[in-house]
Design a binder for this molecule. Sequence first.
Ligand SMILES: Nc1nc2nc(S)n(CCO)c2c(=O)[nH]1
Length: 158
Amino acid sequence: MNQSYLSLGSNMGDRFEMLRQAVSQLADHPAITVTRISSLYETDPVGFTDQEPFLNMVVQLETELDAFGLLDVCQEVEQNLNRKRLIRWGPRTIDLDILLYNQEILKTERLIVPHPRMYERAFVVIPLLEVNPNLEVPDVLETSGVRLWKSYGSMKEF
Ligand SMILES: Nc1nc2nc(S)n(CCO)c2c(=O)[nH]1
C-alpha cells in the first residue's frame, strides 16, 4: 500500500463545497482510502496576489495506484468539479496537488514529487504538519537549499 499527501485549494465559487466534494470523490474512489484530513485554512494568495483568498487543506491517503494513476484521479476530480482556472497562477474553483508519494522522488514532465514549491508555501506546510507532525520528508529537501548538517537527540548533546 502507498501513502501520499495532497494539497487542495479553492478561491472561486463556494470554496468549502468545492473542497468537501473533492475530498468526498477521493474517498469514494475504490483504490483510495483517505486516512487523515487537516483543518481548513483561509490563506492569502501567493504568486498572483491580486485575487481572492483561498481555502486550503491537506489530505493524507493510502492508495493502490502508482503516482501517475493518483495524478489521473486528481485531474478527474478537478474536471468533475468543472475546474475553472482562467489564468495560470490565477483564481481556480479547485486545485489538487500531489505533495508526497511514499518517499519517492519523481522528476518528470508530467509530475514532480515532492512538489517543488511545497516547502516555500505556508498554506501547504502548516496543514501538512497538522496532519503528520512527524513527517519524514525525502532528502529532496537537499535540493531546496536546506541541507541537514547535524542533528541532536537532546539539548545535552548540543
Ligand atoms: N494561498 C494560496 N495561494 C495560491 N497560489 C496558487 S497558484 N495556488 C494554487 C495552488 O498551487 C494557491 C493556493 O492554493 N493557495
